[in-house]
Design a protein around this ligand. Structure first.
Ligand code: COA
Length: 333
C-alpha cells in the first residue's frame, strides 16, 4: 500500500492596494532607485492601511484559497498561521481567523519561524496529514511588516512589504505525488543579527523602548546576507541530492524573496536556469512568511510558469533565528 501523503490542493492571496515605490522611498531616506534595484531587485512593495492587522489579510487570502478548492470553512480541521506580526501577542491570530472564517470544526495556532514560517508550517501540516491525525489543514503565511519597520532606517525600510498567502493542504489523491520531503534547520546563533529588540518578556515595552525605537526590525544586513546566500543554496542543493535528483529534474524553484542576489545564487548552485525560478520580489519586496505562498499563487493561479502535474518543485527559505530549509514536492494541478 502506498504511503498517505499531503499535497497543496489550492492557494489564495491578499495584496494591499497601496504601493510604496523606490521613488517614494527616495523622498523618505537617503537612498535611490538604482541602489535598491541593483542591491536587492525590489521596485515596489504593498502597504496595508493602518489599524487593519494581520487577520484582515489572512482571512481574505484564506477565503480565496477555500473558494478555489470548493471547500467550506467547516471542513477545515487545522489552521496554522505563520507570522512574526500577529494581530496581538495573544490570543493567536489563528483563533481570530477561525472565528472570522466560521471554521467551526478547526483548531489552530500561530507559528513563528521568521521568513521560514510558511515552510515550517507546511512541514507541520504535512506530518499531521501523513500520520492521519488531520484531514484538511489551512496554512497561512501572513505579515504586516510595515507595522514593525522604521521608515527612517534605510537599511531595512527598503526591503519589506505586506501580504498574505494561504494554502489548503489535503490528503493527496495520487500515489507518490504531493509533498515528498523537507530539510529544516534552526541556529539560534543568528539571534543578534536579525531581531526585534523589545516587546517580549526579556525586554517588555516601556517608554524607554519606544523612545529608543526598539520595536522595529533590527538587522545586520550584510552579515545576514552572507549566511543566507550560502545556506539557502546549500539546503536547496541538499534536498535534491538526498532524493537522487539534479537541477535538470526540477521544473520550478520557489525561493523565499529576500534579495534577488540570494535567489540567483541558490538557483545557480542547483543548476536551474532563470525561466524555472519564481521571482516576484520586484513587485512585493520581502513579505516574510507570505513570500512562498505568493510565489505558488503566481505558478498555480496566474500560470506564469511552464509546469504540469507531477513535475518536481523545490521550495527554499532563510530567515530570522536563523531558520532555513527546503521542501520537495510534485506539482498538483
Ligand atoms: N540605500 C543606499 N545605501 C544603503 C542602503 C540604502 N537603502 N541601505 C544600506 N546602504 C549602505 C549601507 O549603509 C552600507 O554603507 P557603508 O558600507 O558605507 O557602511 C552599504 O550600503 C552596504 O551595502 P552592501 O555592501 O552592498 O551590502 P549588501 O550587498 O549586503 O546589501 C542588503 C545590503 C541589506 C540589501 C543585503 O545585505 C540584504 O539583503 N540582507 C538581508 C538578506 C536576508 O536574507 N535577510 C534575511 C531574511 S529576512
Amino acid at each position: 500500500m502506498s504511503k498517505r501523503r499531503a499535497y497543496i490542493r489550492s492557494v489564495g492571496r491578499f495584496l494591499p492596494e497601496r504601493r510604496l515605490t523606490n521613488t517614494d522611498l527616495e523622498r523618505m531616506v537617503d537612498t535611490n532607485d538604482e541602489w535598491i534595484l541593483t542591491r536587492t531587485g525590489i521596485c515596489e512593495r504593498r502597504i496595508l492601511d493602518p489599524g487593519l492587522g494581520n487577520s484582515f489579510m489572512s482571512v481574505r487570502a484564506a477565503r480565496e484559497c477555500l473558494e478555489r478548492a470548493g471547500v467550506s470553512a467547516k471542513e477545515v480541521e487545522t489552521i496554522i498561521v505563520a507570522t512574526v506580526t500577529p494581530d496581538r501577542l495573544f490570543p493567536a491570530t489563528a483563533c481570530v481567523i477561525q472565528r472570522e472564517l466560521g471554521a467551526k470544526n478547526a483548531w489552530g495556532f500561530d507559528l513563528n519561524a521568521g521568513c521560514c514560517g510558511f515552510l515550517f508550517a507546511i512541514s507541520t501540516a504535512t506530518q499531521m496529514i501523513e500520520s492521519g491525525r488531520s484531514g484538511k489543514v489551512l496554512v497561512i503565511g501572513s505579515d504586516v511588516m510595515s507595522t514593525i519597520i522604521d521608515y527612517a532606517d534605510r537599511n531595512t525600510c527598503i526591503l519589506f512589504g505586506d501580504a498574505a498567502g494561504a494554502a489548503l493542504l489535503d490528503v493527496c489523491p495520487e500515489p507518490d505525488h504531493g509533498i515528498l520531503d523537507f530539510v529544516l534547520h534552526t541556529d539560534g546563533c543568528g539571534e543578534d543579527l536579525l531581531h526585534m529588540k523589545a516587546g517580549g518578556s526579556r525586554r517588555p515595552p516601556s517608554l524607554e523602548t519606544v523612545e529608543n525605537k526598539e520595536h522595529y526590525v533590527s538587522q545586520e544586513g550584510p552579515a545576514v546576507f552572507k549566511v543566507a546566500v550560502t545556506e539557502m543554496a546549500n539546503v536547496a542543493a541538499r534536498i535534491l541530492e538526498r532524493n537522487g535528483l539534479t537541477g535538470s529534474d526540477v521544473s520550478l524553484f520557489v525561493p523565499h524573496q529576500a534579495n534577488l542576489r540570494i535567489i540567483d545564487a541558490a538557483a545557480r548552485r542547483m543548476g536551474i536556469d532563470n525561466g524555472r525560478v519564481v521571482k516576484n520580489i520586484m513587485k512585493f519586496g520581502n513579505t516574510t512568511a507570505a513570500t512562498l505562498p505568493l510565489c505558488l499563487y503566481e505558478a498555480a493561479v496566474e500560470k506564469n510558469y511552464d509546469i504540469k502535474p507531477g513535475d518536481y518543485v523545490v521550495m527554499a527559505a532563510f530567515g530570522a533565528g536563523f531558520t532555513w530549509g527546503s521542501a520537495l514536492m510534485r506539482w498538483w494541478e
